[in-house]
Design a protein around this ligand. Structure first.
Ligand SMILES: CC(C)(COP(=O)(O)OP(=O)(O)OC[C@H]1O[C@@H](n2cnc3c(N)ncnc32)[C@H](O)[C@@H]1OP(=O)(O)O)[C@@H](O)C(=O)NCCC(=O)NCCS
Length: 183
């Protein structure tokens, strides 16, 4: 693998394995997301769809067969140059080692993302770890990061959820990405 800025972090344990999900992973992914404070709950059915129909743009990290990291994403049909990152989740024991960055980088490096030049996600104002993660990715890609309210607390969530800000990173050069990654 060619090591570039986005994948430069060495996760110390060689036991961490990144790969695309399979249908058998759906329940484990659901359990990881369900057990992570601050993430919206999904139905297990939703995670099963991500692990099947959207497997090409999702990735998981495992240690000795246990799922410790997850990123779900998709390429919106009307914007083939955009990877929308839906959820990123790393178990507490595996945080702070660059794993979330690696998960996103591994998806971006895939052939299915060959036309992707922009990364989108949505983040609530208070999610400092997420802002730091996407800021770090923007820095690595030497790309601009813009934000604007997207799903708003009162207009869209009926007051039941904090406003989600659309984060847009890019456009970036494909040369900034790893040529290959572990997934
Ligand atoms: C957000 C999350 C996925 C980050 O996972 P991680 O593997 O620890 O992140 P990384 O190690 O790849 O860190 C990426 C960057 O973010 C920074 N960062 C990560 N967590 C941080 C925190 N709590 N506070 C400040 N900065 C943080 C890192 O320092 C790093 O920045 P750098 O490259 O400039 O040094 C993880 O904290 C998590 O699962 N949180 C709960 C779920 C969540 O909120 N997900 C995002 C919304 S969908």
């Amino acid at each position: 693998m060619q090591t570039t800025e986005l994948s430069r972090r060495k996760v110390p344990s060689a036991r961490i394995h990144l790969r695309a999900p399979r249908r058998q992973d759906g329940a484990d992914v659901w359990a990881l997301v369900q057990g992570t404070a601050g993430l919206d709950d999904n139905s297990m059915y939703c995670n099963l769809l991500q692990c099947t129909h959207f497997a090409a743009t999702c990735a998981l990290a495992e240690i000795d067969g246990a799922v410790v990291g997850w990123v779900s994403g998709y390429i919106p049909p009307e914007t083939p140059d955009v990877l929308f990152v839906w959820q990123v989740c790393v178990s507490e024991k595996a945080r702070g080692q660059g794993l979330a960055r690696r998960l996103i980088a591994s998806v971006l490096a895939r052939d299915v993302c060959s036309d992707v030049r922009v990364v989108h996600s949505t983040i609530t104002e208070a999610n400092k770890a997420s802002w730091a993660l996407f800021g770090s990715i923007a820095d690595s890609l030497e790309a601009d990061l813009n934000r604007q309210p997207h799903f708003e607390r009162d207009d869209h969530f009926d007051g039941r959820h904090e406003t989600e800000y659309l984060v847009s990173i890019g456009p970036f050069e494909r040369a900034a990405l790893p040529l290959r990654d572990a997934a």
